[in-house]
Each structure stands twice: as C-alpha cells, then as structure tokens.
Ligand binder design. Structure first.
Ligand code: ZN
Ligand code: ZN
Ligand code: ZN
Length: 181
C-alpha cells in the first residue's frame, strides 16, 4: 500500500493543499483500504470452497472479470464474482484482461491471437500463456489440461497444436496420410 506522504509528494501537494484535496484523497484511500479488507475477508471465507473445488479435480485460475484467483476450471465459474461462460469466451477474455493482449494490438502488430484448439478436448479454449510461465505454457479453459513449452508442437500439415510424438505432424494427419497412401 502506498503511504499517504508519498502520494502528497507525487502530486506536489503542500500542507495547505492537504486541507481540501488532501481530505478528498484521504477519503479515497480510506475507501480503497476498506475494499481491500472486504476482498481479503471474502477470499478467506471462500477458502473451504476452493479446497473442495480442487479436491474435485478443478484448477484455480485468475478470473478475467475480478482478477481474483477464484476461477475454477473445468466448472467454468468464478467463486468470487460468479462470472461464468463458455470456455472459448473465458479464454478470449483471459487473454485480453489477464495477459493484457488486445485485439487492436493483435491486428496492428500482426501477432497471432494466443488461443488454439485444445489437443485433448478439441475445444478452442487453449491459451498460450507465453514462454515465461514457469509451471506450464498452455492451459485449456475447457478441460483444465496443462502443457509445458516442450510438450506441444504445431502440426506442419493442419497447423494445430498437438502433443509431441517425435513426428512433425499430428496423429490425425499422420493417420490420414497413412490411410490415403
Ligand atoms: Zn471473478
Ligand atoms: Zn481441453
Ligand atoms: Zn495435423
């Protein structure tokens, strides 16, 4: 939490200013603190539900709506703010809200939107979290599957991600090739 003094310095407020602007700022910060206390209290009260969800095989992810680590997958709902939706939509919102990549940026810089078909459940809800993510690189918001950077590859035939099989094409493209020869 930023101290009151440093905010004064940053805004260049003098002692006199503090009587008016300072009072307003004081009130704002008090409200921010109150909100933080409420959030912590609510998260603590949900502790049991988080444990239960994880025991049932759910994965906890940051919610793209409230940003709390309270989104349970594959149940597709946030225990904190009750946000819910189809996996593809959650994945899309996660990319823009949590990873901070905008559709505008994507078009401007020609980058690929990091949302793919999942190699396990085949729903377009697999998100490429980026190489910097230590525990896993790919996460599916439909089945909750996780893969490390070296575990998935793009198929040179169909362009979809597949579990590395030491070939450069996925199993379905391989089967298709073998059967059509
Ligand atoms: Zn939420
Ligand atoms: Zn999946
Ligand atoms: Zn393929």
């Amino acid at each position: 939490m930023v101290s009151f003094l440093s905010i004064d310095e940053e805004l260049g407020l003098t002692k006199q200013d503090r009587t008016s602007e300072g009072m307003i700022l004081n009130k704002i910060w008090q409200n921010v603190c109150d909100i933080e206390v409420l959030i912590t209290e609510r998260l603590n009260s949900l502790e049991g539900e988080f444990e239960k969800a994880q025991k049932n095989g759910n994965v906890l992810m940051p919610c793209p709506s409230c940003r709390q680590l309270a989104l349970i997958i594959p149940e597709n709902k946030c225990l904190f703010c009750y946000y819910s939706g189809p996996a593809e939509k959650i994945a899309d919102k996660y990319i823009s809200e949590v990873l901070g990549i905008s559709h505008y940026e994507k078009i401007k810089e020609g980058i690929q939107w990091p949302q793919h078909d999942c190699p396990s459940c085949e729903i377009e809800s697999l998100v490429d979290m980026g190489k910097h993510n230590k525990d896993f690189r790919y996460f599916c918001f439909s089945c909750g599957g996780k893969w490390r950077d070296d575990e998935l590859k793009f198929c040179i035939e169909c362009g979809r991600l597949f579990e590395d099989n030491k070939l450069c094409i996925c199993n379905s493209c391989y089967d298709y090739k073998v059967n059509s020869d």
